[in-house]
Design a protein around this ligand. Structure first.
Ligand code: MG
Length: 331
């Protein structure tokens, strides 16, 4: 029997084709429902997040917009203690963009999504009028993760005495994007990466992880100010303990930037119960993306809900969140 136009009509022949040729071979409970949207097995609690990615250039030292679009969303799910499961991908493409650039981003997304143990299950594409001579690409990803009933990780859980754990050096992504745009020659690479390994190891060890945030736009200063506000406690940092690569430090000195307000795409900060802090640090340091992890401060027993930093020579100053415009199109 040959395929005829009638098999594409949406009528009886189409139904029979789907049932006998496809469904018979792919049969599973989800497909059996034959709906306009797949209903997939879920969990009692879901974590949901969404983010849009507008980085320029699309490919940069250490990564590209596709990898960034998956890492950013997956990492946000991980920070809530969820297991990332499903992603959607929306592409807004300017006319004039090289198809090759879109293909590179799509391939990078697929690879990173697989590495994260997630599936891209829905998508959308829109083409808009050309606004930049070189074209342009914006990617939105939405992520769904499963959350165990007993996992409660949020800034509201922060307790006095908690240690502040930082998973690695500050400023790498921001400095890499800036260097690429300014055509500076250096060895700085973006830290864009999945935080799956350190987070799953920490959660698996059942340590007192009270809050986690990935240190993205706004930097450590902004996130710790939010922690302090939500916990209603002060946070005291030890400046010499905060890891920053020398080359990033030098670039910051040259341009008058502060690594504390610079964006990263593969670092997180956690508030950890004091008695578990050393063990948590050891576990994170044993992972590929956590070798430079450090305990950088504590949540104070009392005092105002501000962030202070103690310098190497014993002085202290208040750390404010990022105010005004940071570098645009960084993530
Ligand atoms: Mg985040």
């Amino acid at each position: 029997m040959k395929i005829t136009m009638a098999h594409g009509s949406g009528g009886q022949e189409t139904e029979r084709l789907i049932r006998e040729v496809f469904a018979a071979r792919y049969d599973n409970a989800v497909l059996h429902e034959m709906g306009d949207a797949a209903a997939v097995p879920g969990a009692e609690r879901l974590a949901l997040t969404t983010d849009s990615f507008v980085v320029t250039p699309l490919v940069f030292p250490g990564g590209d917009i596709g990898k960034l679009a998956v890492c950013g969303t997956v990492n946000d799910l991980l920070m809530r203690g969820a297991v990332p499961k499903y992603l959607t991908a929306g592409f807004v493409i300017e006319a004039g963009t090289e198809i090759r650039e879109v293909e590179l981003a799509a391939a990078s997304m697929a690879e990173t999504a697989a590495e994260a143990g997630t599936m891209i299950v829905a998508g959308d594409t829109k083409v808009v009028e050309n606004a930049h001579p070189e074209g342009g690409l914006i990617i939105n990803t939405t992520g769904v993760g499963f959350l165990k009933p007993d996992v409660e990780i949020s800034p509201a859980q922060i307790r006095p005495g908690d240690a502040i754990l930082l998973s690695g050096c500050l400023g790498d992504h921001h400095a890499a994007i800036l260097s690429a745009r300014m055509k500076l020659k250096n060895q700085i690479r973006s830290d864009v990466s999945l935080l799956t390994e350190p987070v799953s190891i920490l959660l698996g060890a059942r340590l007192g992880i009270h809050a986690m945030r990935d240190v993205t736009r706004g930097g450590l200063a902004t996130i710790l100010n939010e922690f302090a506000q939500q916990a209603g406690r002060g946070i005291l940092l030890r400046e010499p303990d905060i890891p920053v690569r020398q080359e990033v430090r030098d670039l910051c000195g040259l341009l008058g930037l502060d690594p504390l307000t610079m964006g990263n795409e593969g670092k997180f900060v956690a508030a950890v119960a004091a008695e578990d802090a050393d063990q948590a640090l050891k576990l994170v340091r044993d992972t590929a993306c956590g070798r430079d992890a450090a305990l950088i401060g504590i949540v104070e027993e009392s005092g105002e809900a501000t962030v202070k930093i103690r310098t190497a020579i014993g002085g202290s100053r208040v750390i404010l969140p990022l105010i005004g415009e940071g570098l645009p199109r960084i993530c």
